[in-house]
Each structure stands twice: as structure tokens, then as C-alpha cells.
Design a protein around this ligand. Structure first.
Ligand code: SAH
Length: 356
């Protein structure tokens, strides 16, 4: 019934709000599979059948913020806190390199111990030892000067989900000491400095409406990020949103496909949150147009404590050591995991191997 909207989206890479609303609210199976087919086609034109992998290292679960949805927020007294030492982070990277990872994502709460000095030292050491690797940071809001220092030290990419592009909705998910304006300011700064920059949002977060999602899509159109991180909201038992329903996997997949078609060269991970509620070793995400998977390289003790939401998937294809299983799963649907930095293929992106 809405195939024509999928075709229009494929041709024009955008739709008006009314049509976008129809498309993302539509649940007709045939239309949804057509949307996903077009998303795969769009990804295929840019990335072929290549799937990029990133080793995720959860470096600290201390956080100064109190985001209402997040299990590691400051106010959660029941979270057992940890932070990895420099040596532990280096060990994870050494192990990941042997497995074939060439991008490492350092993610954590906004921990005051993650100083510029600490981070520049580790980034510098890793980039010197492994000059064929990329480093992605995902450590929240920092000052412009800090972002510049980390970039100059060799960080290549930065993931900072905007969480929602509606400032009223942002205020319902975050306490008053955080603001949508600052989030966006940080994203603009990251992009201007030269990072391959990622934004993104949860699907089905409390109070989210379809119109909020359309605003997210418009923000992505304007910002043109190199990456978009999307996952369903999943409640965490020790947050005020403990009793909210988790986000819909079907809606998450539809939005992934829409974003792939709108921006064919974007890096789009099939996320752990999606894997947590779908559990199909990322095949569904890839079949909806994703081209990145981020298995977990954190030490065992950290994985359990870095609980952003209930029952986070940590084993099987989520675990970096299960790479052969993931490889086989991808091959079973005609895709290949590649060893390489896996940069965004948008023309003009700094840090692309072909530009070096
Ligand atoms: N402190 C960093 C990293 C945050 S954790 C930062 O601010 O960017 C990475 C992402 O996990 C968040 O951006 C958020 O979108 C997601 N997340 C947090 N709690 C979640 C939950 N309950 N369900 C699903 N995703 C969640």
C-alpha cells in the first residue's frame, strides 16, 4: 500500500512529514520487507556486502549525569562502579587486534577520572602501536578544548547520541542540569573539529511520539552525521522508568531502514540493544540496512557492571571472542565481516584510508 512512499524515499532521499508519518506508522508486512530490501540495496551500492566490526571497550561506569533512563546514572546507588586501568584497556586492545579488530570504541560514563591527560596518553600509545587502527570515543559531553586535544592525540570518531531532537522530550528524559542545546552544541563542535561524528536515539523511549521521531530524522538530515546509533529503549530496574515498556524492535528496524535510504553512506550499527530484544545474532539489523556490528571487548567483570538496561546481551555474537560465530552468521545471509578501519565512505571524510 505504501510502496510508492518507499520508492519516493529512495529517489528523493526524503519525504514530507505527513508521508514520513505514514511510512513509519505502517505495519504492512509486504511494505516493510520492501522498505528493508531498498535499504539493503542502498547500503550495497556504497558498502557492498561488507560488514564493519568495532571492538567496544566499556572503560568506566562512573557517571556525573543522571539521565533518567540509564542504569549507570549517578543516582543509582545499586550500580557497582568500576573503571578500567590504562593497562586493562591496552590488554583489551591487544586482544582485539589479534582477533582482527581495527577500530576500538572507548565508551563510558562521564567520569571525572577520564581526564584529557589519561585519554591522550592511551590514544597516543594505541595509535603509535597500531597505525592501521581507528579510535572512536563515546564518553559524553566535554569542552571544545578537550575534544580538540583528544582529536589531536589521534581519536578519529566520536559517538554522542542526541537522544531526542525535541527539547521538551529531552527535558522529560534528563534532569534540568542537562540540555538539548548543549548536546547539539557538542555534536556541531565534534563535526567541525573533524571527527567522524555519530548521533542517534532510542526508539520507544518514555513519552516519545512519532512526531519526535520525525524531528530526529530531520536533525539527522541537517547534521549529516557519519554514523547513526539507534536502538530500542529497554527499561533498567533501578531507574524511574523501570516499569515502562521496552521499545519496539519492528519500529527500530523500520527507522534504521529509513535512515539508510536517506543517507546511503552513513555508518549504521546493528546495536546491542536491538540484539538484546531480538537475539538473532544481528542478522535482522543487517537485513534492515545496517553495516556495522560492535562486539564487546570489555573484561568480563566490566561487562556485567556496564548495565545501561536490563539483561544486556553480552555473550554469543555480542562477545568479541565469538567472532567466528558472527562471521558464519553473516556469511549465512551473504555478508562478509572485513578486517579494516571501516571508515565512512562519504567523499571528503577525513581519515579515510584512500585519502591517506
Ligand atoms: N556517556 C556516554 C555514553 C552513554 S551510553 C554518552 O553520554 O554518550 C550509550 C547509549 O546507551 C546512550 O547514548 C543511550 O542512548 C543508550 N542507553 C542508555 N540507557 C539505555 C536504556 N535504558 N535503553 C536503551 N538504550 C540506553
Amino acid at each position: 500500500m505504501y510502496r510508492h512512499l518507499v520508492d519516493e524515499l529512495s529517489c528523493r532521499h526524503t519525504l514530507c512529514d505527513a508521508d514520513m508519518r505514514k511510512l513509519i506508522s505502517n505495519t504492512d508486512d509486504c511494505d516493510v520487507s520492501y522498505l528493508m530490501e531498498k535499504a539493503r540495496e542502498a547500503a550495497g551500492k556504497v558498502y557492498g556486502k561488507d560488514i564493519y566490526i568495532r571492538g567496544l571497550i566499556e572503560i568506566s561506569n562512573y557517571c556525573r549525569n543522571n539521565c533518567y533512563y540509564c542504569g549507570i546514572r549517578r543516582g543509582n546507588d545499586r550500580a557497582e562502579r568500576y573503571r578500567l586501568t590504562m593497562a586493562e584497556i591496552r590488554e583489551c586492545i591487544d586482544y582485539g587486534y589479534q582477533l582482527g579488530f581495527r577500530t576500538f570504541v572507548l565508551q563510558g560514563g562521564e567520569d571525572a577520572a577520564l581526564t584529557d591527560d589519561f585519554l591522550t596518553e592511551i590514544i597516543g600509545a594505541v595509535k603509535t602501536q597500531y597505525d592501521d587502527c581507528a579510535i572512536t570515543l563515546s564518553i559524553g559531553e566535554r569542552t571544545y578544548d578537550s575534544y580538540v586535544r583528544l582529536y589531536d592525540a589521534g581519536a578519529d570518531r566520536y559517538l554522542l547520541r542526541h537522544e531526542t531532537a525535541d527539547s521538551g522530550h529531552y527535558g522529560k528524559l534528563h534532569p534540568a542540569d542537562m540540555s538539548y542545546e548543549n548536546r547539539i552544541k557538542c555534536l556541531m563542535q565534534l563535526k567541525e573539529i573533524g571527527y567522524q561524528t555519530g548521533c542517534g536515539m532510542m526508539i520507544g523511549s518514555p513519552y516519545q511520539t512519532v512526531d519526535n521521531i520525525i524531528k530526529d530524522i530531520r536533525l539527522i538530515e541537517r547534521l549529516k552525521p557519519h554514523m547513526v546509533g539507534l536502538g530500542p529503549f529497554i527499561p533498567h530496574k533501578d531507574t524511574q522508568f523501570a516499569d515502562y515498556a521496552e521499545g519496539s524492535a519492528a519500529l527500530t528496524l523500520k527507522i534504521m531502514s529509513v535512515i539508510r535510504i536517506m543517507q546511503p553512506d552513513v555508518l549504521l550499527p546493528s546495536t546491542t540493544a536491538l540484539e538484546t530484544i531480538v537475539g538473532d545474532a544481528h542478522k535482522t539489523g543487517i537485513l534492515a540496512g545496517c553495516n556495522v556490528i560492535m562486539p564487546n571487548l570489555s573484561p568480563e567483570h566490566a561487562k556485567e557492571k556496564y548495565m545501561l538496561y536490563n539483561n544486556k546481551a553480552v555473550s554469543g555474537s555480542e562477545d568479541a571472542s565469538g567472532l567466528s560465530v558472527l562471521r558464519a552468521n553473516m556469511e549465512s545471509i551473504g555478508y562478509n565481516i572485513v578486517t579494516g578501519r571501516g571508515d565512512c565512505k562519504r567523499p571528503g571524510v577525513k581519515g579515510m584510508l584512500q585519502d591517506v
